[in-house]
Design a protein around this ligand. Structure first.
Ligand code: MSP
Length: 617
C-alpha cells in the first residue's frame, strides 16, 4: 500500500520572482513546471546530452572537461559524514573519522596534497528538539556539541584540514546558490506530501520498509504521519543517468556489494523527494519562501563543497568547487548510502557539477549485536576509551579488528588482548629489547649501515614485500589488512631475534659479537620501517618509536612512504635511552559483565613488559 502521496502545484509567484545567477535560463524553464509530464520529458532529454559529455571525458566520468584539464597537483579530497549534533559523539561516529584520518595520513605519506574534510550537521528538527530537551537554544546547543566533536578529534589525533559547520554563514550562502542552480535547471517543484516520517533518519519512509507499529528498523521508534506542502527535487528525472553512471563506474560505490545494492534501488524506480520543510524553523530558509526551510540532507551534503571555500573570501559555489571538488572519496556508514550514492549524485548532476570519485560505505559497530547509536542510547563512550587506553590503542583496535566495509562488535576483553599482543608485545617489546641490547653492548650506537647489515639475509626482502603489501592494502581502503602486513614485519623481527639470540652471541665476543651487533641494526631498521608504515593508524605510537630510534618529531613529521625502503639507518647513528613505547594494559576482568562492569575493574598500569625486564636484568 502506498503511504505517500504527492500532489503537484503549478509554480506561481513563489519561485517565479526568485533571483539567482542563472535567472535568464530559469525564466524559460519555469514554464515546464506547469506540467509534470512536460517537465519530465523535456529535461530528461536535455540532461542526457550533458551527461554523455561528462561521461565521455577521458574515461574519468566523475570529472568534467574543465576539471580534467586541471593540473596534476589536484588535491586528494576525502570526507567523513558531517555528524548530527543532537548528542555528543559516540564510538560509531568516531569510527568513520578514525578511518578517514588513517587514509588521509597514508595519502600525505605518498606526498599528495590532502584535504580531509569533516564537520557537523546542525540544522533540522532533530537538532532543534535536542536543544529544547537540554533547555538550550539551537545555536548554543550546536556550539557546545560541535566543540565536543572537535575536542574528541584532538584526543584521537585526528588531523583534519577543514571542519565545516552547516550553520556557518559561508555554507549557508553556498547552499542558497546551489539551490538556485538546481531550480534554474528546472528540477524543483512544489507539491503536497503525505507519508510516515522518521525524525531520527530525517526521512519519509515507505510503509513496506517499516516494522510493526510503523517503527523505523534503524531507530526502533514509530514513524509519525505527516502532511506537508513542500518543494520537491525531481530525482526521478535522473534515474537513467544514474543507472548509466553506475554501470560505467563499477568502483563508484565500494565495497562492490554495496554498489549492487545501490543499482537495485535505482532500478526499482526513483521517487522525487521533498527538499524543504514547512514545519521546521531551524534551518536555512528556502530562497524566496521564508515559510519553509531547506531539508537538512539537501543542506548538509553541500557541506562537502562549502568546506573547501576559503574563510578569507566571499563564499561562492564556483570558487569552492575550484578549490578541490570533486572529492576523491566520501567515507560514510552504510545507513546513509542512499543519500550519498543516489540523492547526492543526482543533485550534483542537476547543478552541473562533477560527481565524487568514490563513495565507501562501511559497516556498523555493534554492541550486543545492535547498531550502536545516539537514538538507541547503547553507545560506547569514545572519551572513556581514549582516556583510559590512549588514542593509538583505540585507533588500532577498530581499524585492525573491524574489516573495513563490514560490521564489527566491540568487547573490552578483545580490545585489551589485541592491543597488548600487537602493540605492547610484538612491536613495543621488540623495540625495547633491541634498544636495551644495543645500549648494553654497543653504547646505543649502530655499528654499520642497515643496508650492509642485511647483506646475505632474506630478512630485508621479506620486510620489503610486507611493506609493499601494506601500501597496496592502504591504497585499497583495507586498513585492517595493512595493519596485518605491518604486524607481520614485527613478527618476522621477533622470530629473527629469537633465532639469532644476539644476547648470547655478544657473550662469545669477536666476530660473533660483531654479527650480533649487525642483527640489532637489522631489527631496528625493521622497526623504523614499521614506524612509518603504521603511522597512518597509530601516529603517536609511531612518533614515540621514531624518537626511541633517535629521530626528532620534525623528522617523523617529514617522513614519507618512500622512506619505507630498506637502508635508512646508518652506521654511527645513536639511539635514545630505551623507554617502553606502549605500556601493557592490565585486564583484571575475569568474566566480563558488559562494558560498564569491565570499565570499573580495568586498570592501565605503567610497567615494563615482562620480556624487557628479563633483558635488562
Ligand atoms: N548528519 C548525517 C550525515 C550527513 S553527511 C552530509 C548523519 N549523521 S550521524 O551523526 O547520524 O551519523 C554519521 C555517521 O556515523 C554515519 O556514517 C553513520 O553511519 C555513522 N555511524 C553512526 N552509528 C554508527 C555505528 N554504530 N557504527 C559505525 N558507524 C555508525 O547521518
Amino acid at each position: 500500500m502506498a503511504v505517500a502521496r504527492i500532489n503537484c502545484y503549478t509554480l506561481q509567484n513563489t519561485l517565479g520572482g526568485f533571483l539567482n545567477p542563472l535567472n535568464h535560463s530559469f525564466n524559460s524553464k519555469a514554464t515546464h513546471f506547469r506540467s509534470r509530464l512536460h517537465f519530465h520529458r523535456h529535461h530528461l532529454s536535455s540532461y542526457s546530452r550533458k551527461a554523455v559529455f561528462c561521461t565521455a571525458t577521458a574515461n574519468t566520468p566523475m570529472k568534467d572537461a574543465n576539471e580534467a584539464s586541471s593540473s596534476l597537483a589536484e588535491p586528494f579530497v576525502l570526507t567523513t559524514p558531517l555528524y548530527y549534533v543532537n548528542a555528543p559523539p559516540h564510538m560509531g561516529s568516531a569510527y568513520t573519522t578514525i578511518a578517514a584520518d588513517a587514509i588521509a595520513r597514508f595519502h600525505r605519506l605518498l606526498g599528495k596534497r590532502v584535504i580531509f574534510v569533516t564537520g557537523t550537521d546542525e540544522h533540522g528538527e532533530k537538532i532543534a528538539s535536542a536543544a529544547a530537551a537540554n533547555g538550550s537554544n539551537p545555536r548554543e546547543h550546536c556550539d557546545v556539541v560541535s566543540q565536543a566533536y572537535k575536542t574528541l578529534w584532538k584526543d584521537l589525533d585526528i588531523a583534519y584540514d577543514k571542519f565545516i559547520r552547516t550553520t556557518d554563514p559561508k555554507h549557508e550562502a553556498i547552499v542558497r546558490e546551489f539551490y538556485s542552480r538546481v531550480l534554474a535547471n528546472g528540477d524543483i517543484y512544489r507539491a503536497d506530501y503525505e507519508g510516515l516520517y522518521c525524525v531520527n533518519c530525517e526521512e519519509y519512509k515507505d510503509e513496506k520498509e517499516l516494522l510493526d507499529n510503523n517503527c523505523c528498523p534503524m531507530h526502533l521508534k514509530p514513524c509519525v504521519p505527516r502532511k506537508e506542502d513542500n518543494y520537491f527535487f525531481a530525482l526521478s528525472k535522473y534515474q537513467k543517468l544514474l543507472e548509466e553512471t553506475l554501470t560505467q563506474n563499477p568502483d563508484f560505490v565500494k565495497p562492490s556489494f554495496r554498489q549492487n545494492e545501490v543499482q537495485s534501488w535505482i532500478r526499482s524506480g526513483l521517487k522525487d523527494f521533498s527538499i524543504s520543510r514547512a514545519s521546521v524553523d531551524w534551518g536555512i530558509p528556502v530562497p524566496n519562501d521564508s515559510k519553509q526551510t531547506i531539508y537538512v540532507w539537501f543542506d548538509a551534503l553541500l557541506g562537502y563543497i562549502s568546506a573547501l571555500s576559503e574563510d578569507t573570501e566571499e563564499p561562492n559555489l564556483q570558487k569552492a568547487v575550484s578549490s578541490g571538488w570533486p572529492a576523491a572519496l566520501h567515507l560514510i556508514g552504510k545507513d546513509i548510502l542512499r543519500f550519498h550514492a543516489v540523492y547526492w549524485p543526482a543533485m550534483l548532476m542537476s547543478a552541473g557539477l562533477s560527481l565524487p570519485k568514490m563513495v565507501f560505505g562501511h559497516g556498523f559497530l555493534t554492541k550486543d549485536g545492535m547498531k550502536m547509536g545516539k537514538s538507541l542510547g547503547n553507545t560506547i563512550e569514545p572519551n572513556d576509551l581514549v582516556h583510559k587506553f590512549g588514542s593509538d590503542a583505540v585507533r588500532y583496535f577498530f581499524l585492525r579488528e573491524v574489516e573495513f566495509g563490514g560490521d564489527g562488535d566491540y568487547s573490552e576483553d578483545r580490545f585489551i588482548n589485541i592491543v597488548n599482543a600487537h602493540l605492547a608485545n610484538t612491536i613495543g617489546n621488540l623495540l625495547n629489547r633491541t634498544l636495551g641490547l644495543l645500549k648494553k653492548n654497543c653504547q646505543s650506537t649502530l655499528v654499520v649501515d642497515s643496508s650492509i647489515a642485511a647483506e646475505g639475509t632474506t630478512f630485508k626482502d621479506d620486510v620489503e614485500k610486507l611493506v609493499e603489501k601494506a601500501r597496496v592494502h592502504y591504497e585499497n581502503l583495507s586498513p585492517s589488512s595493512a595493519c596485518e602486513a605491518v604486524l607481520e614485519i614485527g613478527n618476522a623481527g621477533n622470530s629473527y631475534m629469537d633465532e639469532r639470540a644476539p644476547w648470547s652471541l655478544f657473550k662469545q665476543g669477536g666476530a660473533t659479537a660483531e654479527a650480533a651487533a649487525k642483527d640489532l641494526v637489522i631489527i631496528l631498521e625493521a622497526m623504523r620501517i614499521i614506524a612509518i608504515a603504521l603511522s597512518p593508524v597509530a601516529p603517536s605510537l609511531c612518533c614515540r618509536i621514531y624518537s626511541q630510534l633517535g629521530y626528532s618529531k620534525d623528522q617523523f613529521d617529514a617522513a614519507t612512504w618512500n622512506e619505507t625502503k630498506w637502508g635508512g639507518l646508518k652506521g654511527g647513528h645513536v639511539t635514545s635511552q630505551p623507554k617502553p613505547v606502549f605500556a601493557r594494559i592490565e585486564n583484571q576482568t575475569e568474566v566480563g559483565n558488559g562494558f560498564e562492569a569491565a570499565k570499573k575493574v580495568t586498570k592501565r598500569k605503567e610497567k615494563l613488559p615482562q620480556d624487557q625486564r628479563v633483558v635488562e636484568a
